[in-house]
Write a protein that binds this ligand. Structure first.
Ligand code: GLC
Length: 778
């Protein structure tokens, strides 16, 4: 396809390589990131994920020698060969990533009548031809991660996945090749060194990690350009940082969004919602958010209220506000065909809906019956949709839930030839399917931001790379099974590695009926998941925390309260994440890449840097094996026992115990108890200090701001630095580093875990300790 290399030209960071048949561009983005671009479809990049491609000044040289173009950078050496075969080495000359030279050799099924199997309903995925295709040599000792929301295990080696946002209501199984989100980003660890590949092509694309043939892994798409970024680590952390530099970091959310959220299809009429709200307050189970699913609308018309069920929406949301609840409402893309309905008639008048190939407004069927689809590729439509958010905000709604935006219909995926108008250029559904949800959430985010001036809370089911800038995500319609609880862990860990840090599953499971035991075990995971939302489907049994029995109600309450305690820690981690891209839920390997035993741990995760959670994900199980990674000691959260890293232990875990371990020599900031965020003045900062049994020195930075506005982007926040030196004495220093936010704590309470009775000096003054507690005024 390319032919031999003829020549090359350098223009700033871009090297144009002339092959016999075509020209390719290699762009040196920074010391760690290189982009490979071949205009097979359009000359220009038209990325919806990378909105500002920033080039850094990089020292590099290029030289054409023996029909090889050698590009030397500080950290990488790249060899470009005939036919655009690329080999990438680290500075020690170790191979990182080599293009595969042979032809594809797909495993062929022989001797059977595949047709019969298909007739019986078996899903047979045969060999697929791609217009865009890049294959790389499968080296020894490779592990694969990322790729967004996927069923199955953490390590994706040996599997094949498709990027085509899909609403498949059948219970998601390990063999599913696609779900609601398309994140064409892969991380690989090879001999302990990591690199990433981001294939920024939003047509239907595929990643195959050695399923087709164990000699190579590949990515390919049905159309579009070759446009991929190679990102060098060697730490996974650095790869994620680079990927999120390109596609955007998950921004700091409003604090209340990290509280517990209760949802169901559907809470209606308003009396039912108020009943749920009262039950939370009476039972003193903390909760910040209640959701309204599709039944709050008038005949499923988006941006309307059913006035019989919700007589006066503003009064209703005010009542909830007084009780400390925020309301989030669902908004689907499908607009009901109804000439009497403002959103439809306005959209028709202004040409805001997608068209069929003959130029007639395209119709399909979703909740409201016959519906049309807003053309989110068009900036005028996005502006219109953004302005419509005002309707909901004026009713006192605090956040918007975007669903069915794959886009879904009751008749399967939309036809490929549905036409969208990208500000003057016609594009088909085939090209933009995977970014439809992304563009919808972008419009939603921008509308809420403009109108409220606060950090918008948007939650979406469909997305593409980069959606993390605009929205939190949930993993769609799971079911109330132990298998789905188990599978949610690697799914959330890979979502986190894929930039989507603010994520969660439907706690308790959406489809089918939950049990008390399953809900409690799921709540134990949810307490450490950034988005902590219980949701269940129409027709399933009640799933609120108190609806099973007294024992599980108490357990659920205990973990929801624990969640509220650790909110300052979660908020600190999200603040850190906005700077580095580091996810909240992350696999152990993210922090312990040197410890290969962490590479395939599916059933434990880290919540930020300091908390390791090893939940129970089997019915009836009351103990489990826990691996504690090498590199530091670990402290049992419940008993304060200290363990060495690099060990497997058996932890007893009756139903009220979720095995939790805190990194020794670390600090967890905590909040005072409350039933919702803002209920009580948080005038005391609690710092739970986890001492190890050795001499040690460590620091922690705690962050505080108003929890809702964008003022923090102008430096209006406080930062407190806590340093601990534990030798002959225990020396604690507490310094306010940045103090631009007017509110401050009045007191700091230090809780000393594993304290062995030495003298304690706080900010140079000997302190009194009582019951391992010290309190100081600041
Ligand atoms: C979809 C969503 C689910 C929602 C339902 C009704 O199935 O995934 O969360 O409850 O639609 O709106």
């Amino acid at each position: 396809m390319f032919g031999k290399i003829l020549d090359y030209k350098i223009n700033k960071n871009v090297i144009k390589v002339q092959f016999e048949e075509i020209e390719a561009l290699i762009s040196i983005i920074n010391e760690n990131v290189v982009n490979f671009f071949v205009p097979l479809y359009k000359n220009e990049r038209n990325s919806k994920a990378v909105e500002n491609l920033e080039y850094r000044d990089v020292n590099f040289s290029a030289q054409l020698k023996d029909s090889k173009l050698l590009i030397k950078m500080n950290k990488l050496n790249i060899e470009v060969n005939d036919n655009f075969k690329i080999d990438i080495y680290d500075k020690n000359g170790e191979v990182l990533c080599r293009d595969y030279r042979g032809e594809r050799e797909a495993f062929e099924r022989r001797g059977y009548n595949l047709h019969l199997a298909k007739q019986e309903g078996h899903n047979i995925n045969g060999h697929k031809d791609y217009k865009v295709f890049v294959s790389k040599v499968m080296e020894n000792d490779m592990y694969f991660y990322g790729l967004g929301e996927r069923t199955g295990s953490l390590n994706k080696k040996g599997y094949h996945y498709k990027n085509w946002n899909t609403d498949d209501p059948s219970p998601h199984g390990e063999t599913f090749q696609q779900l609601y989100k398309s994140i064409p980003f892969l991380i690989s660890i090879k001999n302990k060194d990591a690199f990433g590949i981001f294939f920024d092509n939003h047509f239907e694309s595929h990643f195959d990690m050695g399923k087709e043939n164990s000699s190579y892994y590949y990515f390919g798409a049905v159309d579009g350009n070759i446009d991929y970024y190679f990102m060098y680590g060697p730490e996974v952390k650095e790869v994620v940082n680079q990927y999120t530099n390109l596609t955007g970091k998950t921004p700091l959310p409003q604090l209340w969004t990290l509280g517990y959220q209760q949802c169901r299809w559907s809470y209606a009429p308003e009396e039912r919602v108020l009943e749920i709200a009262k039950a939370f307050r009476e039972k003193e189970i903390p909760c910040d958010t209640l959701y309204l699913d599709i039944d709050y609308m008038d005949g499923y018309r988006v941006f309307t209220w059913d006035k019989e069920k919700f007589n006066n929406p503003k009064d209703f949301t005010n009542k909830l506000k007084e009780m400390g609840f925020k309301v989030v409402t669902i908004i689907d893309p499908g607009v009901k065909v109804d000439r009497e309905y403002g959103i439809y008639s306005e959209g028709i008048k202004n040409n805001y809906f997608a068209k069929d190939k003959d130029g007639i407004v395209y119709k399909n069927v979703v909740w409201p019956g016959e519906s049309v689809y807003p053309d989110f590729m068009n900036s005028k439509v996005r502006k219109w949709w953004a302005n419509n958010q005002k309707i909901m905000m004026d009713s006192g709604v605090s956040g918007i839930w975007n669903d069915m935006n794959e886009p879904a219909s009751f008749n399967g995926p939309l036809p490929e030839d549905v036409v969208f108008n990208e500000d003057g250029n016609e594009v088909t559904h085939k090209e933009i399917h995977n970014i439809y949800g992304h563009m919808m959430t972008k419009a939603t985010y921008e509308g809420i931001k403009e109108y409220t001036k606060k950090r918008p809370f948007v939650i979406t089911r469909a997305c593409y790379s980069g959606t993390q800038k605009y929205s939190t995500v949930w993993t769609g319609d799971n079911v109330s099974t132990w298998e789905h609880l188990r599978m949610s862990l690697p799914m959330l860990m890979n979502l986190g590695l894929s930039g989507l840090s603010f994520s969660g599953t439907d706690v308790g499971g959406f489809g089918h009926d939950c049990t008390g035991e399953l809900l409690s075990r799921w709540v134990q995971v949810g307490a450490f998941t950034p988005l902590f939302r219980n949701h269940s489907s129409l027709g399933t049994r009640d799933q609120e925390p108190w609806t099973f029995d007294k024992e599980t109600e108490e357990i659920n309450k205990k973990y929801i309260k624990l969640r509220y305690k650790i909110l300052p820690y979660l908020y600190d981690s999200m603040w850190e994440g906005e700077k580095t891209g580091a996810p909240i839920i992350r696999p152990l390997l993210f922090n312990y890449q040197d410890d290969k035993k962490t590479y395939e741990i599916n059933d434990e995760f880290l919540c930020g840097d300091n908390i390791l959670v090893a939940p129970i994900v089997e019915q009836g199980s009351k103990q489990r094996l826990v691996y504690l990674p090498k590199g530091n000691k670990w402290i049992d959260f419940w008993t304060n026992e200290i363990y060495d890293g690099g060990e497997y232990i058996i932890k007893e875990a009756p139903l009220d115990i979720c095995p939790i371990f805190i990194k020794a020599s670390s600090i967890i900031p905590m909040a005072l108890e409350q039933n919702f965020i803002g209920e009580k003045e948080q005038d005391t900062l609690i710092l739970s200090i986890y001492l190890s049994d050795e001499d040690e020195k460590f620091t922690y930075t705690h962050y505080l701001d108003d929890g809702e506005s964008f003022n923090y982007r102008n430096g209006i926040y406080n930062e407190y630095e806590i340093s601990i030196e534990n030798k002959e004495n225990l020396n604690i220093s507490f310094i306010t580093k940045n103090n631009k936010y007017f509110k401050n704590y009045r007191k700091v309470r230090f809780i000393l875990n594993n304290f062995n009775g030495k003298d304690i000096i706080v900010n140079g003054i000997k302190a009194d300790v009582k019951d391992n507690l010290i309190e100081i005024n600041i």
